[in-house]
Design a protein around this ligand. Structure first.
Ligand SMILES: [Zn+2]
Ligand SMILES: [Zn+2]
Length: 415
């Protein structure tokens, strides 16, 4: 990516967000565009694919706080007209900036081109733009004296994608194929943008540095080379696959291993599976956000996600007398003793029937018994219940509550 791209492209507009949009808004906007224009969703739609690519590029910059800041600063710098556009400046003017305007303002140093003139204040902004240009010089430094360059490799952007799995897969772990359409280093040209068998040549205008300098009165300006768009090299015969930008959209299938016990919303990192790096930089990472479908029976304990939860309906006599119930687990069934006199809502623990982590940690199954109240009773049951109610009329489970309520009412009257 050239410096010129950086400042000319409006990544915010690409994603349809405000300049001060939050990370979350940016991500949301990107995901929407990516979803709607995904090559899988609109196969053969070149417009959608271009949009998909452009949004990916914009997101790659805006989702990285450091890159976003660099981008913002570069844009405000160029928007302010301080560099007088990209015009002019043919001929690198060997060392023109090197003699600089001592004690003054040598814009050349802003680019951190290693000019070494020692103007005070060099460095800060130079680093900024040096990073921005991603080592704009690409190839080795040209013959221009004093135009030392520091080709900088740039790590590829991280990519995020979503998968949805079932509850049982989340508990037990799973592997799944993941189809990804992402910009990737063009396989045909190896990323240099030139037709196979040819190679890019060093830009003569800037000598491969990607920047040129020009003098204007007492000031020496450096600006991105116009002829090579700041890349330092020129492709005469572009690669037919990628059209010369060295990047193509490729659909690849990866196998993602989801470990047992993954939580809903958890991000799994696949190192090196993100966007390719530039100029020899390492690739970014791929983050897979896992969404877990809820199960109609089982849940995860909030206190310890390795514990699974299950609610089991029981009858009143079962609670009173105790019983042994058969309950399902994620793997097979178990018998569970409900002690006599259990209250509705009591939770019983079945050891070892929760999530089994790879490291050997194992969660439990927490079974909550819940009184199932019949919605209707036949005659015999009705009579039995009436008899039961009569026989237990003396037992008031709310005696203490009633006493407290009356005490509170008395206090209220007294005051
Ligand atoms: Zn190519
Ligand atoms: Zn050039």
């Amino acid at each position: 990516m050239s410096a010129r791209d950086w400042v000319e492209k409006d990544y915010y507009r690409e994603l349809g967000v405000a300049k001060d949009a939050s990370d979350a808004d940016i991500k949301k906007a990107y995901r929407k565009i990516a979803r709607e224009n995904h090559p899988d969703a609109k196969p053969g739609d070149a417009k959608a694919e271009a949009r998909f690519k452009a949004a990916g590029e914009a997101y790659g910059v805006l989702s990285d706080p450091e890159k976003r800041q660099q981008y913002d600063e570069a844009r405000s710098l160029f928007a302010g007209g301080r560099f007088g556009g990209f015009g002019g400046g043919r001929g690198a003017g060997a060392g023109a900036g090197g003699t600089g305007f001592q004690g003054g303002f040598d814009v050349g140093d802003l680019f951190g081109g290693g000019r070494g003139a020692g103007a005070p204040g060099a460095g800060g902004l130079g680093d900024l733009l040096g990073g921005l240009f991603g080592g704009g010089a690409g190839t080795t430094a040209g013959p221009t004296p004093g135009m030392g360059t520091r080709p900088r490799e740039q790590r590829g952007a991280d990519v995020e994608t979503d998968v949805r799995i079932d509850f049982a897969e989340a508990v037990g772990g799973t592997t799944l194929p993941l189809r990804l359409a992402s910009p990737t280093r063009c396989g045909t040209c190896g990323g240099n943008g030139a037709r196979p068998g040819t190679s890019p040549r060093t830009c003569l205008t800037c000598g491969g540095a990607g920047v040129v300098s020009r003098s204007q009165g007492a000031f020496a300006f450096s600006e991105p080379c116009r002829d090579c768009s700041g890349t330092g090299s020129i492709v005469d015969d572009p690669c037919p696959e990628c059209g010369g930008d060295g990047v193509s959209t490729r659909t690849r299938t990866l196998t993602v291993r989801i470990p047992p016990g993954v939580d809903d919303g958890q991000r799994i990192r696949l190192a090196g599976q993100g966007q390719p790096g530039q100029r020899g930089g390492p690739p970014g990472d791929l983050f897979v956000v896992v969404h877990v479908n809820a199960d109609d029976l089982f849940g995860r304990s909030e206190r310890n996600p390795d514990d699974l939860t299950l609610t089991v309906p029981v009858t009143f006599p079962e609670l009173v007398d105790g019983t042994t119930i058969t309950v399902p687990t994620m793997d097979g069934k178990v018998s569970l003793k409900v002690p006599a006199g259990s209250q509705s809502g009591r939770t019983l623990r079945v050891r070892g029937r929760g999530v089994r982590r790879k490291d050997g940690r194992t969660g439990d199954l927490l079974v909550t018994v819940e009184l199932a109240v019949p919605s209707r009773l036949d005659k015999a049951a009705r009579e039995a219940l009436d008899a039961y109610a009569k026989a237990t009329a003396d037992h008031d489970p709310r005696a203490e509550l009633t006493r407290r309520a009356e005490a509170a009412a008395r206090r209220e009257t007294a005051s």
